[in-house]
Design a protein around this ligand. Structure first.
Ligand code: H2U
Length: 347
């Protein structure tokens, strides 16, 4: 009966209204001993310039092209692009072998000339420059593509090939699968409730900020979502109805730099390491449809579970049934909130 149920103790499933998926939460398992794989920890300090880094200013890339001696965020077309603008048209509607050609572009964004400074260590004005570059990229690519995915895949544990602080941008003619689902479910909610799903959700979270909010400022809130699948997954949400990053005011850009720094400092401080994650932005698609149901947001998916060297595996039950987590989203938010606002390297 409901009287005996406690979400902090008992197995339960939580619904993700953005994906339509459930996550199984098993809080009692957080105490189990660990005798499995640990990951090697990465070096904690890197030099500001590395001679054979493909991304450092003035260096040669794999193709033999030389990077300019850049001083602010530098963007180049990925030499091994996953999507290409000149892909010939093709489609096949066979129900079992459906296939269509996909046009697009892939770019790399070097955040800073300094090889050693990750997002939490960059000064605020430099993080703001990264945000302004993201906006430039949206402005350019949205003229040609329905979807522009800005993301950062950080840390060797996540398959990132180069520690130089950088992100990527993949633009595509069609909406990728996860985005199409998110578009549809936000739209359904808007039609049924007459309100923006993520703004409604944020306002509910703000009535009990001690539950899942990690950091906030006058324009942005970072929280562990109620339906988080990864142990320390977070959502970064604007407090007002913004559908695309190009709508941000100067003040909102500066406040976004602040919230990204505050959040990533706490991530690094959690296990005293350069915290790996996959991070990316979702905004309204760049097509002629109505987008009132959208709210711009960033998602961080960090793979770590218990320490700098123990990662969460999405295998077994997760591959066959649905995501599962041990530590609750509320416990994860509490642990992140408790971290110092000063980066451990400069404390
Ligand atoms: P990731 O390790 O996050 O994938 O970032 C490195 C990207 O940089 C990767 O996509 C590209 C790779 O294709 N790259 C170049 O475009 N040129 C190079 O000379 C090295 C790496």
């Amino acid at each position: 009966m409901t009287d005996n149920f406690a979400a902090a103790d008992h197995p339960h499933r939580r619904y993700n209204p953005l994906t339509g998926d459930y996550v199984l939460v098993s809080p009692h398992r957080a105490k189990r001993p660990w005798q499995g794989q640990t990951e090697p920890t990465e070096a904690t300090s890197a030099p500001a310039y590395v001679e054979d880094c493909f991304l450092c200013p003035g260096n040669l890339r794999v193709t033999g092209e030389r990077n300019p001696v850049y001083q602010r965020p530098f963007v180049f077309t990925n030499d091994f692009a996953a999507l290409k603008a000149d892909t010939p048209e093709y489609h096949n509607d066979d129900p079992l072998f459906k296939l269509h050609a996909e046009q697009g572009e892939s770019r790399v964004v070097c955040y800073s000339a300094d090889h050693s400074l990750t997002l939490p260590e960059l000064p605020l004005p430099q993080i703001k420059l990264v945000i302004e570059e993201w906006i430039n990229q949206y402005r350019d690519l949205s003229t040609r593509y329905q979807w522009v995915q800005i993301f950062e895949n950080k840390g060797a544990i996540n398959g990132c090939s180069n520690p130089h602080p950088h992100g990527q941008i993949w633009a595509s003619a069609n909406l990728p699968s996860l985005v199409a689902t998110k578009d549809r479910l936000q739209k359904d909610y808007f039609i049924e409730q007459g309100k923006v799903l993520l703004l409604d959700y944020l306002n509910r979270e703000l009535t009990q900020p001690e539950q899942r909010v990690v950091v906030h400022n006058p324009h942005w809130v970072a929280l562990v979502p109620f339906w988080a699948a990864w142990p320390y997954e977070t959502l970064v949400l604007p407090r007002r109805h913004i559908t695309q990053m190009t709508e941000l005011t100067e003040e909102e850009k500066a406040a976004l730099a602040d919230i990204l720094k505050q959040l990533t400092i706490r991530y690094d401080n959690l296990f005293n390491c350069s915290f790996p994650y996959s991070m990316g932005w979702h905004c309204a698609p760049f097509n002629q449809n109505d987008h009132q149901h959208w709210l711009l947001h960033a998602i961080f998916y960090p793979p770590l579970l218990r320490s700098a060297s123990i990662k969460k595996f999405m295998v077994g039950y997760e591959m066959l049934c649905e995501s599962q987590r041990d530590i609750t989203p509320e416990q994860a938010a509490d642990l992140l909130r408790q971290q110092s606002a000063v980066h451990y390297k400069s404390a």
